[in-house]
Design a protein around this ligand. Structure first.
Ligand code: HEM
Length: 123
């Protein structure tokens, strides 16, 4: 039987590095960087790492809000959402993550699209 995705991504150390590279890619992405200009990058990396660890079947360490509530009113466009996936691919590549795990991580992120984009309405 296939090991849990959490293990195949290198457990906490592997996921911490992936998320760190993902956030760094956003900061270097001209389409996304303006969203993060007031961010505490280390805090964001820590919380996003907890989210991913929990989402891929690791220890349940994310205690934050759901993705719809987190991104409410941030005015995130569909184009920006795709740029986040592009940056995820850059970070997966950098961490030499294999094809099947890439597909699973990208699908996991993509599956949040409806929540994150519907969070943009102000009512
Ligand atoms: C599948 C995609 C995404 C996931 C899993 C995700 C996850 C997260 C998480 C876990 C946080 C931290 C919440 C907290 O501070 O309590 C966060 C914050 C944030 N996200 Fe996302 N996000 C996604 C897509 C996006 C997109 C497309 C944008 C647009 C650029 C975006 C912009 C932000 C911003 C600006 C913050 C707040 C940063 C801060 O407070 O320092 N996210 N996201």
């Amino acid at each position: 039987m296939e090991a849990p995705l959490f293990e195949r991504l290198g457990k906490e150390p592997g996921i911490t590095q992936f998320v760190s590279d993902l956030v760094d890619a956003h900061l270097a992405n001209p389409v996304l960087v303006h969203h993060f200009k007031n961010s505490d990058t280390n805090r964001l990396k820590r919380i996003a790492t907890e989210f991913v660890i929990t989402a891929v079947g690791g220890p349940r360490c994310y205690n934050g809000k759901g993705m719809k509530a987190v991104h409410k009113g941030m005015k995130i466009s569909a184009e920006e959402f795709i740029q986040v996936l592009d940056d995820a691919l850059i970070a997966l590549d950098k961490n030499k993550v294999a094809q099947r795990e890439r597909e699973q991580v990208l699908w996991l992120l993509y599956s949040l699209k409806a929540d994150i984009l519907s969070a943009q309405s102000t009512n």
